[in-house]
Design a protein. Structure first.
Length: 392
């Protein structure tokens, strides 16, 4: 089998085993498309093809976009990494830490904006295995309530204790939701308007936003798997991945133009997200103008996690070799990597199987799109390794 056909062959295998309904991909290196295509369909029975410019719920691939917006506000002088969260919302002024023993102690220092970029603020997620504050998040429907505003989400979050002292651990969390809230308070504007002016408009991302207009609803891909990320389980993953339709509108509404989050919430297409990935190669838009400056781009891609807090973990899953910069994971030591990669490669994934990476040393961008919430299969790793094999 020639290397150039391995991504398609691997993707077809996942479709043939009925583990995913449809998969789209595109990979570019040194300004040239290495591979692009799609397999499968929009529906579980294969009756409906993947529509042109299919729209996907990108879940946590929202995070890098919101993080770049925060960097733009830093460059504008409206936000600083050393700013305290409480400057933008006084409800976070006197946070408490719930110890695993059940004791409560006061936070020893304020939560900083840098902590929000790096998931070191003390927050968590409902699905983080073994996290002692996750039940409290579940009890208030923190991430699952798509009817609440971002401000209302922050009001609920501020009543919950932290899982650890700010700065003392890396724990994947709602930090980027809080960062989006800070962006709104620092600028006096909504996330929708900020992203449109400074990212979606300049990058010509015409189908990316927090909702899907009625005339585009026919392009929205259906979801399979579980219906809520709080149901995800790293401790007891499903033994078999089946194409069961899932209604995620309650958590991730597609028709509410006022909805916004930072850690998830955006809708996008393969083409649009590829434009964002291409910008991340050097910080520049299609017209050559900087979306973020060269020095901010360098800062974004510098690891900020101390060695004592590595390897990065999401529940029981670890990311050996990776550090974390301003909103993305970054490969620091390929000698510890568990799949083909390169030093400096960075990117992130979404809970419904979407995935992207950028490798500046190769001029490489890759984006995979599918819609299965809660998959534990290594589809993205398989396809990314196949893409790296195509390099000369």
């Amino acid at each position: 089998m020639v290397r150039n056909s391995r991504i398609k062959h691997l993707a077809e295998g996942y479709i043939d085993r009925k583990q995913f309904s449809g998969i789209e991909w595109r990979v570019e290196a040194a300004g040239k498309i290495l591979t692009a295509g799609q397999v499968g369909s929009a529906t579980e029975n294969g009756s409906d093809p993947i529509p042109d410019d299919a729209i996907y719920r990108i879940y946590s691939m929202t995070k890098p976009i919101v993080s770049v917006m925060a960097m733009i506000l830093i460059e504008q002088g409206k936000l600083r990494l050393f700013d305290m969260l409480a400057q933008y919302n006084s409800a976070f002024q006197s946070m408490r830490v719930l110890l695993s023993s059940g004791e409560i102690e006061p936070a020893k220092r304020p939560i900083l904006v840098e902590d929000l970029f790096t998931h070191r603020a003390g927050f968590s997620y409902e699905f983080i295995a073994g996290c002692h504050i996750a039940p409290g998040y579940n009890a208030i429907n923190l991430s699952s309530d798509g009817a609440s505003t971002l401000d209302e989400m922050m009001t609920k979050l501020s009543t919950q204790p932290l899982a650890f002292q700010p700065g003392s651990q890396f724990r994947y969390s709602v930090c980027t939701d809080v960062l989006a809230h800070v962006c709104e308070k620092a600028s006096g504007r909504t996330m929708q308007s900020l992203l449109q002016e400074f990212i979606f408009g300049p990058l010509e991302m015409k189908d990316t936003g927090y909702y899907v207009p009625e005339e585009k609803q026919n392009r929205l891909m259906p979801m399979f798997g579980i219906s809520d990320i709080s149901e995800m389980s790293f401790l007891n993953p499903p033994l078999k991945q089946e194409l069961i339709r899932a209604d995620v509108e309650e958590m991730y509404p597609s028709k509410n133009p006022d909805y916004s989050r930072g850690g998830h919430g955006l809708f996008s297409t393969l083409d649009d997200y590829f434009k964002f990935g291409r910008m991340l190669l050097n910080g520049k838009g299609p017209d050559g103008q900087a979306v973020i400056s060269r020095k901010m781009h360098e800062m974004m891609l510098s690891n900020r996690i101390p060695k004592s807090q590595l390897p990065l973990r999401i529940g029981l899953s670890s990311l050996p070799g990776y550090g974390w910069g301003l909103g993305v994971r970054i490969m620091m030591d390929p000698g510890k990597a568990m799949g083909l990669t390169g030093k400096g490669e960075f990117g992130w994934a979404g809970a419904a199987g979407t995935y992207f990476w950028v490798d500046p040393s190769e001029g490489m961008i890759g984006v995979f799109m599918t819609q299965y919430l809660g998959s534990m299969l290594p589809m993205a790793d398989d396809l990314r390794s196949a893409a790296y094999q195509m390099l000369d």
